[in-house]
Design a protein around this ligand. Structure first.
Ligand code: GCU
Length: 673
């Protein structure tokens, strides 16, 4: 009886019902591991050792012998494997004969390549592949794959929904929190190679000696994982820290101050990545304060970091009170004329859409419009406008929708082609994601939010990947390979972002959220100080119709797109319905493709969004007992919050639209509560 009891309790501990706080992300050690696989490393770099350790931790026993190495090792070179074209960070995994032994070789031109190869092998094995038969070869299409932390020096995180900042500025640089290493491992496992430590709404203090020392400590932890540190720079720092009277980029004293500052940083962090700058946007200082251009500002900073191999990521997210006609036009208006004027170590960082990380935005018209300038795309992984940490919304489809959009500038050209440099032959390329990481045990505030971090990394490596395939891969690594669990979780994820679009406002409606915190609905808000902060500015609903007219009779923002795209968007009839109200003001009674009126369809989308969440709830119920209790329960609770709030969005929005359009609800639709 004792044996039976022990057996049962052991199962209870080891089985899926056991508690799990989600700390291990997608890097869980498979249950089948009964002892370390035979892994050897050739070469003595810290990175090679980490690659070998990662494999030892997670490869199932019985895996054939694995060797981690770089292409330059004479034994490996003798094999004449196809390392050409893999660049600094690519890898290959091959069954070879090395020193008379059959081994699975994991190698790259550099030790970082080998590290990425090790994680690729683990992904493949985690996905059910037989290690002995794995053959892989891949190189990243995008050079800078960067997380932007909007972390403040006081430990808060702007738009962060996963607890306080991971960086403990108090105990740095002395205390090396093991979490920094775990963070680096997780990022390296999906190919992220850069991290901006501090908020774009930067404080000058982050550039003072004490903070440089703290950043240097983090850089030292991250270095062997192939991750460089960057800092957001406050443009007026020469005034605040240097005592200068101006921050005018054309002033030699200002340039000299930045050069000395860069030299100081590089003395502490020899491989410092460079600066990220938000200038002349939402109250931040910038070159325009002095009548200088964004290019003047960016180039001055670029000159300061150039001798050290650094770069500048200069954000195009600008909008000023002075031009309230259409906020969506401003980035293009200011930046397009500067094409060709930026130094070659500057990337202009452009948000995926022209407003601000809404649940759906058409691709930003700058993509394809600045061929002489490397454009880095910026996504938001943290869900500022998609329900914070609680709502389940898999963002892979959102990222891919922009990346795979056709710019119309050249035949077949996609936003991904612009971003990965293939469109114009740019070698300096980048993708940034505003991180959703904090001190919560599960890092991202919820298990499914981890998928958004994961998907960002995978798409930064290869922007052409299919988000459904990424979801499948993530689900297997996160929940194990039970086919029912994978099928159910990926089915939930597949339409989850579209559900948020539906219950917050479909057909290209945007910016309808409550003021300030941006949580929950507020389409009625009309009294904010600046016109373009008001939801009413975006939806322009009146008795007759709804939507922002951006055609020739309106703001003409459509003219910022390539002619072929602009032609398609010019008329409501040829505009994709999912973006209709972004581009046009149309009648509530307009006939839609399905034969119903816009009003009827809009109502149906609100209902569909709410219903999708209800379906996710029952799908998740069906996995009870198949997923560990802690992750299961938290997700179940969050889904019930999401369901309540999806109804809140629906009901509040419908009540407001009905007060504007004076229409009844279509027959059979439940009235707002
Ligand atoms: C949004 C967000 C701000 C952020 C800004 C930015 O507007 O609400 O918190 O600072 O984006 O990207 O700079």
């Amino acid at each position: 009886a004792l044996i039976v009891t022990l057996g049962v309790s052991w199962l209870a501990i080891a089985g899926p019902a056991c508690a799990d706080d989600g700390y291990d992300l997608w890097l869980r050690t498979p249950k089948a591991v009964a002892g370390p696989a035979a892994v050897t490393a050739i070469g003595d770099s810290a990175t090679i050792r980490l690659a070998a350790d990662a494999l030892r931790r997670a490869l199932p026993a019985g895996t054939p012998a694995v060797t981690v190495a770089t292409a330059g090792d004479p034994q490996v070179a003798a094999l004449r494997l196809p390392f050409a074209g893999l660049g600094d960070e690519g890898y290959l995994v091959r069954r070879v004969s090395l020193g008379g032994r059959q081994v699975l070789l994991v190698a790259g031109n550099s030790d970082r390549g080998a590290l990425y190869g090790a994680f690729a092998l683990l992904r493949a094995v985690g996905d059910g592949a037989d290690a002995a038969a794995v053959t892989l070869r891949s190189a990243p299409k995008v050079k800078l794959r960067v997380l932007d932390h909007w972390d403040n020096l006081d430990g808060t995180v702007e738009r962060g929904f996963a607890g306080q900042s991971l960086w403990d500025w108090w105990s740095l640089p002395d205390f090396d929190d093991p979490r920094y290493t775990d963070y680096a491992r997780a990022n390296a496992s999906i190919g992220i190679n850069g991290t901006v430590l501090n908020n774009v709404n930067a404080k000058a203090d982050s550039l003072t000696a004490p903070y440089i020392a703290k950043a240097a400590k983090l850089a030292a932890v991250f270095r062997p994982w192939g991750i460089k540190v960057y800092l957001s720079a406050r443009f007026s720092a020469p005034i605040e820290l240097g005592g200068l009277k101006t921050a005018d980029p054309r002033d030699p004293a200002v340039a000299a101050w930045w050069k000395a500052k860069a030299d100081e940083i590089y003395r502490a962090i020899p491989d410092f990545g460079g600066f990220l700058v938000k200038a002349n946007s939402e109250g931040q200082p910038g070159p325009r304060d002095y009548g200088a251009s964004h290019a003047d500002g960016a180039n001055m900073l670029a000159a300061a970091v150039r001798p050290h191999g650094g770069i500048v990521m200069w954000r195009a997210f600008v909008y000023a009170e002075t031009d309230p006609e259409d906020r969506a036009k401003q980035a293009y208006s200011e930046f397009k004329p500067l094409d060709g004027k930026f130094a070659d170590n500057v990337l202009v960082q452009v948000k995926n859409g022209a407003i601000d990380f809404q649940p759906r935005e058409p691709f930003h018209p700058l993509f394809g419009a600045m061929p002489k300038t490397p454009l880095m795309i910026e996504f938001q992984i943290t869900k500022e406008y998609l329900g914070f940490a609680t709502h389940l919304a898999y963002l892979g489809p959102l990222f891919a929708e922009t990346l795979h959009a056709r710019t119309g500038r050249k035949p077949g050209e996609t936003v991904a082609d612009v971003v990965d440099g293939s469109a114009e032959g740019h070698r300096l390329t980048g993708m940034a994601g505003v991180a959703n990481i904090g001190r919560d045990r599960d890092w991202s505030g919820s298990t499914f939010n981890q998928a958004n971090w994961y998907a960002f990394g995978r798409l930064a490596w290869d922007p052409d990947l299919d988000p459904a395939a990424i979801a499948r891969e993530w689900a297997g690594l996160t929940f194990g390979n039970d086919p029912q669990v994978i099928a159910t979780t990926t089915a939930m994820m597949a339409g989850s972002r579209e559900a948020v679009v539906d219950y917050t406002g479909a057909f290209g409606l945007a910016h309808l959220m409550a003021t300030g915190h941006h949580y929950g609905p507020g389409p009625w808000v009309a009294d904010l100080a600046r016109p373009e902060w008001n939801p009413t500015y975006y939806h322009r609903a009146d008795r007759g119709g709804i939507g922002f007219e951006r055609g020739a009779s309106g703001s003409d923002a459509i003219a910022q797109y390539a002619p072929s795209v602009a032609r398609q968007l010019a008329k409501p009839e040829t505009t994709p319905e999912r973006e209709l109200l972004w581009f046009h003001h149309v009648a509530w009674d307009r006939r839609m493709a399905d034969g119903r009126t816009l009003w009827e369809d809009l109502v149906a989308h609100y209902d569909a969004g709410v219903a999708y969440v209800a379906t996710m709830q029952s799908q998740w119920q069906s996995l009870r007992g198949k997923i560990d209790a802690e992750r299961w329960q938290k997700t179940a609770t969050y889904l019930s919050i999401q369901h309540r709030e999806a109804r809140w969005w629906r009901d509040a929005s419908l009540a407001y639209w009905m007060s504007v359009n004076q229409r009844a609800l279509p027959a059979g639709v439940a009235p707002p509560e």
